[in-house]
Design a protein around this ligand. Sequence first.
Ligand SMILES: Cc1ncc(C[n+]2csc(CCOP(=O)(O)OP(=O)(O)O)c2C)c(N)n1
Length: 442
Amino acid sequence: MGSVNINRNFLQTLRRISSVLGRQSRNVSSTSIDNQEIDPEKQIEEQQKRNEEVGQFTELVRDFLDPKDFYDSLRVHGIDFYCGVPDSLLKDFCAYVTDVAKPDDHVITTNEGSAVALASGYHMATHKPALVYLQNSGLGNIVNPLMSLAVPAVYSIPMLLLVGWRGEPGKRDEPQHLHQGQATPGLLASCGIPFQVLPDYQEGAEQAIYTAKKYMQTSKGPYCLLVKRQTFLPYKIPPPDSRFVLTREESLKCIVDNLHDKDVVVATTGMLSRELFEYRVSKCQGHEKDFLCVGSMGHASAIALGIAKKKRNRQVFCLDGDGALLMQMGNMATIGHQNLPNYKHIVINNGAHDSVGAQPTDAQDLEKFNITELAKACGYKMAIQAATPEEIAAGVMAMRENEGPSMLEILCNVGSRKNLGRPTRTPTENKADFMHFLAIER
Ligand SMILES: Cc1ncc(C[n+]2csc(CCOP(=O)(O)OP(=O)(O)O)c2C)c(N)n1
């Protein structure tokens, strides 16, 4: 009788997974995201095939968590406010939250630390714990508000951290994630934050939420769920309308085509650096002119500042993203104040965190948020917008001919190439080539 029940339950689970996978596979379009090039259609087909072929080996069934079921369970346990910075491993859950949560109950913050602070304010106003989502790259950004605000030893503020675990040991990932991935459990432990891996099946996830809830009720501090890759079933929301002429990659090509041989480039985190790397290959150029800020989101502008300050005879171009700019917006004040004639800041504004799933940024609403006005208020000498190849060419020329610090904001659409590759030079090779290029005095 027991085995009949087990088999029946197993078959039900299998059917459910297959039907959800089938349903999702019809809605899924191919994407290339921050973590790896994947063809979701193919992957889902493969998984479906495997799940159908397991026979008696029920232990081989691959489970997935439905973002809806997880969201519903959180609500049952009293967690119905969400804030954070998006991550590719969480993109399906984030898409579901964006689609379903009331706008009043969901805030995409510019920085993970701000999300912890916001969750703290929310708790004091409501007595409830918020869910804070982030990639483990953002752990550094949350350490201060966690340790000096939220932990039981200070203000004792419960919140549920949902952390995408890039660089999980034993999984293929990019160099910038490997060290962080290894260190993640230890970092949480040394911050005194209890954690567990979020199970990829509903009953397990329920149990994990229940454990987190009990901890938050008794110890009144933050609890963390680590999310491994491919935990969630795909969930898609329609991409934002195309408002402009160019994509990020097309804009980038226009910039590069108008740079000079000695110009120094510091490129931001995410797909922009990958597109830059591939464009140099396609133009049969080397990579020595470009420092690819593959991690350290938001810090490209300060890296460029350090170079510009000590290489006054070189024009230094920082190629930034709107999400990255917002994450460390204070750098703009420093750049304005430092007042370096050779500092040239180009922000490719697609209004989204395109590299991790195209969730909107605060720069999306051009009526409310104006990067060029902000730059002027920070002391940049020139700040202009461009949206076409001609405007970009004119903008880059104007930056070169006029003293900086200057800002060029390029307005473009979200979207990337499906077959976008990864840099084939290692970060240390990139740095060595780049330093050699910086040392050229003529
Ligand atoms: C501190 C930190 N938080 C989050 C991430 C994950 N992440 C990588 S790229 C990216 C989006 C960047 O958005 P934007 O600067 O607007 O560039 P786009 O991807 O749109 O080109 C995010 C959130 C990260 N790498 N580091």
